[in-house]
Design a protein around this ligand. Structure first.
Ligand SMILES: [Fe+2]
Ligand SMILES: [Fe+2]
Length: 183
């Protein structure tokens, strides 16, 4: 058998393996984007509910921040839904569960955890998108990653000044600050 004919089946097998790897990579990317979408729905619900429940002297400022972040997350959710549908997937309608919080500081902690999770998730998704040759998606995910980083840093800045702004809360939250002789 001529050499070139002997090679052909092997090349086909390699191409077949590549195709299978590409399609499993694309499916993993779609699944991952759906996890991100569930996270965005959680963030929208979380910021809306927290902005409604806020009490205390910082209600106005925190409400404005939470509402602005909810609007960003809605844009992210729309983008992800569009992309999942365009890739042939079914965009989820199920959010991740929203953590219960009553006090503003608890809300900030929960929001910070969600933003850190979103940053980690988008970091993974950007690598997957690049591996699948989805460069346009990669660039737009980087923009969303930048938004989540801004959200995270803004919340961190608020938490960093929390004790100074609300010294009474420090005693309640940090038992080591309770001298025991004030009551
Ligand atoms: Fe988001
Ligand atoms: Fe965010």
């Amino acid at each position: 058998m001529p050499l070139d004919l002997m090679k052909e089946p092997k090349t086909e097998a390699v191409n077949g393996n590549k195709l299978a790897a590409t399609s499993s990579g694309r499916q993993a990317l779609i699944d991952g984007l759906n996890e991100d979408l569930a996270g965005e729905f959680q963030a929208i619900l979380m910021y809306i509910q927290y902005s409604a429940k806020l009490t205390g002297p910082f209600r106005r400022e925190l409400r404005a921040l939470f509402q602005a972040e909810a609007a960003d997350e809605q844009g992210h959710a729309q983008f992800l839904s569009d992309k999942i549908a365009a890739m042939g997937g079914e965009p989820t309608t199920q959010p991740r569960p929203v953590p219960h919080a009553s006090q503003p500081r608890e809300m900030l902690n929960c929001a910070l955890s969600a933003e850190i999770q979103a940053i980690a998730d988008y970091t993974t998704r950007i690598s997957q998108a690049e591996a699948c040759g989805e460069i346009g998606l990669k660039v737009l995910l980087e923009t969303q990653l930048a938004d989540e980083t801004r959200h995270k840093e803004e919340i961190e800045r608020i938490i960093a000044g929390w004790c100074e702004a609300a010294p009474d809360r420090r005693r309640v939250e940090d038992p080591s600050q309770d001298t025991g002789g004030e009551g």
